[in-house]
Ligand binder design. Structure first.
Ligand code: NDP
Length: 404
């Protein structure tokens, strides 16, 4: 069994650490982050729930040398980056220098621009290949499982995929006036960015939140307003599955969430441009994060379910075909199991499975890889075993509710 180093002790880091300990598939687990007290609290919870010891350490992952020193001390086989997207490149650099494999759940973001693009990380392809090291990008739910669902649909249900609609519904209620389900800074950047969807061989830009529709989830989860927005897996999936004519990402938002967001945006609190305050430079969105509820603490109060999946349309044996592959996850069950709400859970479980795919060798190959570039079957099996069972249904062609 291989040793792992997890960097980032937030909502997702907590689930990854618990699930890695529960899986019994890893050697020594070390959890490091900027604030070591958060690592210690997670390690104590893991010990209490599973009996497994997790070592902890402090690291500022923006500092490549500090991360290299930690990697050299811990000597892991793999570094699991669940810090923030700003740390992706420094942690990739540290892994190259120390000679260990890398994985993450979100693409690199420059601190002062909201881009959600893969080119910075894809540019590491040759370096990782030459070093004989593997970097697995985006092993959360979306990106992550949504990429694997699409690859699995192509492998087992289609000769060609033509249309992809990824639908992320959070039917949960946390009882707060306003909160985000994961890191507020990254979440609000994502939601307020201009929308892009793939159509006719290029990305088409439209204003944020300008397109919406109603979506009824299966199994009684309910009917929700979903809004089209840009999400990073659209870039890699349309690159790697070039038969796709149109690909869109949709997410549910309540009217209450949108009302708060609109006001925050109008008063300038979601800006990522620095402003001077009392002789100090602050970034409004970072300040906002400091006053919003910590997504890691929402588990105690959140009720309801998430329903995330892919509606895939294309042709099989000359016939048009449509399928929907999805997972439904219950916030309260997640809290009972690992002390977190379902958004952190649905991200952290696929992270642990991605780590298994690398430490056990199935997906381990030199280079930088997105999820859909790997054989999806073993990953799909692991989802069923580790708390994120999925369902596939065939839909009547032409009645999916999504346009060509
Ligand atoms: P949190 O803000 O809860 O946690 C981030 C953690 O990273 C904190 O412990 C923070 O430390 C730590 N950190 C930040 N900067 C540094 C640094 N320079 N060095 C070391 N540690 C640092 O975020 P989440 O847990 O909600 O999200 C984690 C990641 O998961 C994000 O990249 C997010 O985009 C991604 N994500 C992916 C999803 C998917 O489905 N693919 C879904 C949800 C999230 P401190 O406590 O000191 O601030």
């Amino acid at each position: 069994m291989k040793d792992i180093l997890i960097i980032g002790a937030g909502g997702v880091g907590s689930v990854v650490t618990h699930k890695c300990a529960m899986a019994g598939s890893f050697g020594k687990i070390t959890l490091a982050s900027r604030t070591v007290e958060k690592c210690d609290a997670i390690a104590a919870s893991v010990k209490e729930r599973t009996g497994v010891e997790v070592a902890t350490a402090q690291v500022d992952a923006d500092n490549v040398e500090a991360t290299v020193a930690l990697i050299n001390e811990v000597k892991p086989f793999l570094v699991i980056n669940v810090a923030l997207p700003y740390q992706d490149l420094p942690i990739m650099d540290a892994c190259l220098e120390a000679g260990v494999h890398y994985m993450d759940t979100a693409n690199y973001e420059p601190p002062n621009e909201a881009k959600f693009e893969y080119h910075w990380q894809w540019a590491y392809q040759e370096k990782f290949e030459k070093a004989g090291l593997c970097a697995l990008l985006g092993s959360g739910f979306d990106p992550g499982v949504t990429n694997v669902f699409t690859a699995w649909a192509l492998k087992h249900h289609f000769d060609e995929i033509h249309y992809l609609d990824i639908v992320d519904v959070n039917g949960g209620d946390h009882g707060k006036a306003f909160a985000t389900n994961f890191n507020p800074e990254i979440n609000i950047r994502e939601v307020t960015a201009d929308c892009r969807h793939w159509q006719g061989g290029k990305f088409v830009e439209t204003p944020a939140m300008s397109r919406s529709m109603q979506f009824t989830c299966p199994e009684g989860v309910g009917t929700y307003d979903i809004y089209r927005m840009y999400h990073e897996e659209l870039e890699s999936i349309t690159k790697h599955i070039p038969t796709i004519r149109k690909a869109q990402f949709w997410m549910s938002f309540s009217q209450n969430y949108l009302k708060h967001l609109e006001v925050l945006q109008n008063v300038g609190m979601t800006s990522i441009q620095p402003v001077e305050y009392n002789g100090q430079e602050i970034i409004p969105l970072q300040f906002l994060k400091a006053v919003l509820p910590d997504p890691g603490d929402l588990g105690k109060t959140t009720q309801g379910k998430t329903c995330i999946g892919c509606i895939v349309r294309g042709v099989k044996d000359g016939q048009d075909k449509a399928i929907y592959v999805y997972n439904i996850c219950d916030h309260e069950k997640c809290f009972e199991e690992v002390g977190s709400q379902a958004i952190s859970y649905t991200t952290g479980v696929p992270t642990m499975i991605g780590a298994k795919m690398l430490t056990e060798g199935d997906w381990l190959k030199p280079g930088v890889w997105n999820m859909e570039q790997n054989d999806p079957d073993a990953f799909m099996d692991q989802l069923n075993l580790h708390g994120l069972p999925w369902t596939v249904v065939e839909l009547p062609v032409g009645e999916t509710g999504f346009e060509d």
